[in-house]
Design a protein around this ligand. Structure first.
Ligand SMILES: Nc1nc2c(c(=O)[nH]1)N(C=O)[C@@H](CNc1ccc(C(=O)N[C@@H](CCC(=O)O)C(=O)O)cc1)CN2
Ligand SMILES: Nc1ncnc2c1ncn2[C@@H]1O[C@H](COP(=O)(O)OP(=O)(O)OP(=O)(O)O)[C@@H](O)[C@H]1O
Length: 186
């Protein structure tokens, strides 16, 4: 398999760039979304699984959506999504909410859907390499479901991992929700 996280990241990001288009998470999420009020999500960029329509639908169905704000040290703050038009440019080409509720606001989420480059059947998540979600997921209220947004081809048997990596409970793809082992509910 992959010797390093960097090698794995390069492999999966290259494959993403070759996709003809980025599929969205709305249809699959609509099928499986539990009764939740506040959902932490991300504003998708480029070939990432798209979140725009899902965010709009959550807001239209009276849910609240938390979106990340990337700090200089790669830690994350959170703001509520008022609507796509109200987002402001952040670092690395990201679009972010204008008002920061702070890093601990993720503890108020009932469901966290986080970006990932790949995930294993055991729930090991590989991200962009900033350690942003390693820190953010440590603040999630215990028992809150955490889903990694990936494509079906990004769910693999093994990935390099570190002790600080936070496991995820399921993989949400544009097609389905796949429960992952090793995160407490089996
Ligand atoms: N949409 C989205 N938002 C997110 C994340 C993410 O993975 N996706 N993050 C997850 O932690 C945090 C931000 N971390 C990020 C880290 C790297 C890149 C990125 O695109 N890097 C480019 C180089 C960009 C540049 O330097 O101009 C690259 O890797 O090619 C984006 C976000 C918080 N918000
Ligand atoms: N709690 C933490 N506080 C500060 N730095 C951390 C923390 N957890 C991880 N890091 C650092 O973040 C860096 C990247 O970690 P890693 O490669 O696991 O990121 P990732 O989970 O793939 O990315 P991301 O979470 O941003 O999507 C590492 O150098 C690691 O030491």
């Amino acid at each position: 398999m992959f010797q390093t996280k960097a090698a794995a990241r390069q492999h999966f990001l290259e494959a993403r760039r070759l996709r003809p288009h980025a599929a969205g998470l709305l249809a699959s999420a609509q099928q499986v979304l539990p009764e939740v009020y506040r959902v932490a999500l991300y504003v998708s960029m480029g070939p990432e699984p798209q979140t725009g329509a899902l965010i709009d639908w959550l807001l239209a169905t009276n849910r609240e959506v938390l979106l990340p704000i990337l700090y200089a040290d790669n830690d994350l703050g959170w703001g509520v999504a008022p609507g796509a038009a109200d987002l402001v440019p952040g670092r690395l080409g990201l679009s972010e909410p204008p008002t920061d509720l702070g890093s601990d606001a993720i503890a108020t989420a009932d469901l966290v859907i986080c970006p990932a480059v790949a995930v294993t059947h055991d729930g090991v998540r590989l991200g962009r390499g900033g350690g942003s979600y390693d820190r953010a997921l440590a603040r999630v209220r215990p028992g809150t479901p955490v889903w990694a947004a990936v494509y079906d081809t990004e769910i693999v048997d093994a990935l390099p991992s570190d002790a600080h990596d936070r496991p995820v409970d399921a993989a949400l793809t544009p097609n389905r929700l796949i429960p992952l082992r090793g995160s407490g509910d089996d």
